[in-house]
Design a protein around this ligand. Structure first.
Ligand code: ARG
Length: 459
């Protein structure tokens, strides 16, 4: 060997050192080592099955691969940039251990189908973990919702006080968002559930390996049906990271709400000390850094998605080294979502709600729709009722009082349909319980929703 590379032969000189560093992906694709060993073991089986490996060669290679795996697991083998990537690192070490017979493992295989397989194996396991983490967050959200059916808070649109809602209803909104996130991740996995080994560099392997068998052995639904597609395509990465990006937008919305809620101006929630930080200068501060980081990291995952799409855009079929650049954004998105989900679970689990602050923030103006509805039930067209109550709101503003503090005469004058008790009957419970329509914030509707949520989590 003159170049120290597995491709030595065509080359008479080693890579320039900057090139070697530039070309190497081992620094990040080391994450694929378990997948690579698993893929290699499947390849060894396939080669024995079609007679390329004798049983003795097969056992030597299998033992060798197990040793490489062991060395990678315990850190006694730490491949550096000279091995270029995880595939060459494993093969090189295998040959060191078992001798020239190890050189048979790459028969009919290319790093193109090898990396395609490794990434699909890795994706399956990491996305499986993410789905589990989303379920855990949902479990915590549901548990908190179950305890908050009779707590009320102002619901906002435009961040302007709108109508009172039950805290459980608010929390369940987040539960259903997460449910769809889980669905998107599962969909992405379903479409990625194909086994690329046997595609070779691009044209398919020239050795008659049983791809159906390899697929089954590795737990895939089927082998990829087109070798060019198999080594070129990364849309399963784009799809997964899109689903993760959407998940991050959802997390960032809860984060933003609770950042606002935890400001003393609102005071609806206090984060546990375990998930907040202090200021290096201002002793009074308690900052919701956990939530701010989740909000911020969503931007970084959108960057990952954009990088993935741009890498693939206009890329000539089939493989181009550009595709090596798919890994860091993929890993980053997976790892970012992973930690955000774990942190948010802790935040939600431990946060303390202030029912008094929430209740106090339900200002009487938030019953304006309920008052208009009273008139509608007595026959007035809604548009007229809206104007009648709107004028009462304007009067209250002019007097500097709240809507319910207006003298009864103002109501009587505004519409003969009003009764004295209409105003005294206004309350968060009365307002929300008018909304017992399926999906509404009324008590019965929320209790029904909790049952649905429990059932959906069990699925
Ligand atoms: N490290 C490479 C990657 O991540 C593996 C595939 C290399 N294939 C090749 N034809 N050079 O994409």
């Amino acid at each position: 060997m003159t170049t120290g590379k597995l491709w030595d032969g065509r080359f008479s000189r080693a890579n320039d050192q900057v090139m070697e560093e530039f070309n190497a992906s081992i620094g990040f694709d080391i994450r694929l080592w378990e997948a690579d060993i698993e893929g290699n073991l499947a390849q060894a089986d396939a080669l024995r099955q079609c007679g390329i490996l004798t049983s003795e060669e097969w056992s030597a290679i299998v033992l060798g691969l197990q040793q490489v795996g062991q060395e990678l697991a315990d850190g006694s083998y730490r491949p550096g940039p000279d091995t270029e990537d995880i595939h060459m690192a494993v093969e090189r070490r295998l040959i060191e251990i078992v001798g020239p017979v190890g050189g048979k493992i790459h028969t009919g295989r290319s790093r193109n189908d090898q990396v395609a397989l490794d990434v699909r194996l890795y994706l399956r396991s990491r996305v499986g973990t993410l789905i589990e983490l989303v379920s855990q967050l949902q479990t915590v959200v549901l548990k908190r919702a179950e305890a908050e059916v009779d707590a009320f808070l102002p619901g906002y649109t435009h961040l302007q006080p709108a109508q009172p809602v039950r805290l459980a209803h608010y929390l369940l909104a987040f539960f259903w968002m997460l449910d769809r996130d889980k669905g998107r991740l599962r969909d992405a996995l379903r479409r990625a559930d194909e086994m690329p080994l046997g595609s070779g560099a691009l044209a398919g392997t020239a050795f008659p390996i049983d791809r159906e068998l390899v697929a089954r052995r590795l737990g895939f639904a089927r082998p990829t049906p087109n070798s060019m597609d198999a080594v070129s395509s990364r849309d399963h990465l784009t799809e997964t990271v899109s689903a993760i990006a959407i998940l991050m937008t959802n997390l960032s919305r809860l984060a933003e709400d609770w950042v606002v809620w935890s400001s003393p101006a609102f005071g609806f929630v206090e984060l546990d000390d375990a998930y907040a930080t202090g200021s290096s200068m201002m002793p009074q501060k308690k900052n919701p850094d956990s939530l701010e980081l989740i909000r911020g990291k969503s931007g970084r995952v959108f960057g990952d998605l954009m990088a993935l799409m741009t890498i693939q855009k206009g890329l000539a079929f089939t493989y181009g080294k550009d595709l090596q650049e798919d890994k860091e954004p993929l890993f980053d998105a997976l790892e970012t979502a992973d930690i955000c989900l774990r942190v948010l679970k802790g935040v939600v689990e431990t946060a303390v709600f202030s029912y008094e602050r929430m209740r106090a923030a339900i200002e009487p103006g938030m019953y304006a729709t309920d008052l208009a509805d009273v008139l509608v039930r007595r026959g007035l067209p809604f548009r007229d009722a809206h104007r009648v109550v709107g004028e009462l709101v304007a009067k209250a503003i002019a007097r500097g009082c709240s809507l319910v503090e207006l003298p009864w005469e103002e109501f009587a004058q505004a519409s003969p349909l009003f009764k004295r008790e209409d105003v005294s009957a206004l309350s968060p419970a009365a307002s929300t319980d008018r909304r017992n329509v399926f999906g509404g914030t009324g008590r019965n509707a929320v209790v029904q929703q909790l049952t649905l949520a429990r059932a959906s989590l069990k699925e």
